[in-house]
Every structure is written in C-alpha cells, then in structure tokens.
Design a binder for this molecule. Structure first.
Ligand SMILES: Nc1nc2c(ncn2[C@@H]2O[C@H](COP(=O)(O)OP(=O)(O)OP(=O)(O)O)[C@@H](O)[C@H]2O)c(=O)[nH]1
Length: 265
C-alpha cells in the first residue's frame, strides 16, 4: 500500500478511538482457541504445510501466532483467489516471498489446473521425504474464508481422477496420531508412499494486531464486519478506491455508448 493511503487511514481511523489499548482488536471466538490447539498438535506430525492466504492481502491473511511453528516446517504458501487479485501486483509478492526464501504460488482454488500446479510443487518439496516414508501428511491451514475447503475439494477431484475405481478414495480417516486424540480426516492424493492432505478449520489470532489488518480481513470476509464496524469498513474501502482512482461508476463515454445501443469498449 502506498504511503498516501497509510496516511489517510491513520488520519481517518486514528480519530476513531478504536480501542483504548492502542488499536489492538481483542477478539477471539472460543471455538478458535480449541481449534488452534488441535492444529498445533497436528502440525507436529505433518510433513508439509500448505498455508492458504488471500492473494489480495498476503500479509494480513497470515495467522501470526502459527508463524513460528510454520517457519520450522516444509511450507508452501498458496496465495488463493488470484482471480480476484490485481495481476499487476501479484508478481511482486512472488518476488517478496522469494527474497524470504519461501515457496509461494498464486492459485485459484476453483481451477483444477491451478490446484494441479500447487500439488506439483508440494510433491517436489516432498521428494526427499518420499523415498524414506511410507506415509506423508500434508496439512492445509489458513485463516477463515481464504478458500481452504474450496482447495480441498479441488484436491479431492484431482485425487479421484488419479485413481481408477474402486481404488478411488473417499474422505479417508487418518490416525490416531501421536498426541492427537481426534482422528484426522483427509484425502489421499498419492500412494507408494501414501500422501494424505488434511483439512483444518480456519483460525485467527486472539488479537488482530492493528485496525488496518482488521479492516482488510473484514473486507476479505475473514472476520465479521461487526468486529471492526461497518462504517469504518465503508470509509476504508472508499479511501482505498479514491486513492487508487478506481472508478465507482462507468465513465460517461461508456454510458453514452450504451444509450446508443452499443457495447462499451
Ligand atoms: N473467486 C474465488 N473465490 C474463491 C476461491 N477460493 C475460494 N473461494 C470462495 O471463497 C469463499 C470461502 O471459501 P471456503 O473454501 O469456504 O473458505 P475456508 O477457508 O474453508 O473458510 P473457513 O471454513 O471459514 O475457514 C467461498 O465463497 C468460495 O467459493 C478462489 O480461488 N477464487
């Protein structure tokens, strides 16, 4: 985000007295604490993590609390919803993650070919482990609404097309795993060795670090609008659109063309 927008947001939102504690949003639905604990346990036994983030907000859609643990794992960051992201900016994020020595790939979870490319990267990263281990676990993690279920569904479709019936794998249960009491549901995407992809619920951090991150997460649908406030979201969105010069209505010329019975060009 440009400096201008940062200033605008600060000016506009700084006066809003967002929280007494300096802008930190303290918000955490109870079920997420339990889910986060379960994810931490499962991360210990996973061989690779696909961390799904939103292509439009690749930093704000990271779960900061899980980052230390994720950093110590084989990880691929899947920047999802690339069809909604600005194509002129996407390559900059790839360069950014490259400079952090972090594998990342932009995907559209609804596109099988896009998800296929992600799986190729996953299998490449697992290459060394593949020769040693009989079973490998790949976990999909991410904040709410980034598209984990959509991704898992596409993975399932790809898995089904890889296996001839009746070896097609339905939703499989893997476990119990050490230290994990619940079974883990997942899909098998390969055998010899068996590779299972495991789904997890979307979890966020107990405290969203600042108002702007909260606003971005709300706009991306990862937190409820009411957490940050509808009015603030509208103001922020308008500030972003104004600053970028995004037209809120079609240019006059296009309207005139439509009136004359022609498609706007
Ligand atoms: N345009 C677009 N929409 C997507 C994509 N992936 C997911 N979606 C949509 O985003 C919304 C949320 O997707 P889900 O797969 O339910 O997200 P989730 O991460 O599983 O959400 P939680 O279960 O809340 O953690 C749905 O409306 C999906 O159709 C994508 O690549 N592009």
């Amino acid at each position: 985000m440009g400096r201008g927008l940062k200033g605008l947001v600060k000016k506009g939102l700084g006066e809003m007295d967002f929280t007494a504690g300096g802008g930190v949003i303290n918000w955490f639905p109870g079920h997420m604490a339990a889910a986060t604990r379960a994810i931490r346990q499962r991360l210990k036994v996973s061989d690779l993590v696909i961390e799904v983030r939103d292509s439009r907000i690749p930093l704000s859609s990271a779960n900061a609390d899980l980052q230390p643990q994720l950093l110590s794992k084989r990880r691929v960051i899947a920047l999802n919803k690339k069809d909604l992201a600005n194509p002129n900016i996407m390559h900059k994020w790839v360069s950014y993650f490259d400079s952090c020595k972090q594998d990342c790939i932009h995907i559209n979870s609804h596109s099988k070919s896009s998800v296929q490319k992600l799986l190729e990267l996953v299998e490449l990263k697992l290459k060394e482990a593949i020769s040693r281990e009989p079973t490998l676990l790949v976990m999909v993690v991410g904040v709410p609404n980034v598209g984990k279920s959509a991704l898992i569904n596409s993975i399932h479709q790809i898995a089904l097309s890889r296996y001839p019936a009746p070896d097609k794998l339905k939703r499989a249960t893997v476990g119990p795993l050490p230290g994990v009491t619940q079974d883990i549901a997942g899909y098998k995407i390969a055998h010899q060795p068996s590779i299972y992809v495991l789904d997890t619920p979307g979890v966020l951090v107990p405290s969203i670090p600042d108002i702007e991150t909260g606003l971005k997460l709300a706009l991306a649908g990862s937190v409820k609008d009411s957490v940050v406030g509808e009015e603030r979201i509208a103001q922020y969105l308008l500030a972003v659109l104004n600053l970028r010069g995004t037209p809120l209505r079609p240019p006059l010329e296009a309207l005139e063309q439509q009136e004359n019975g022609r498609d706007p060009v």
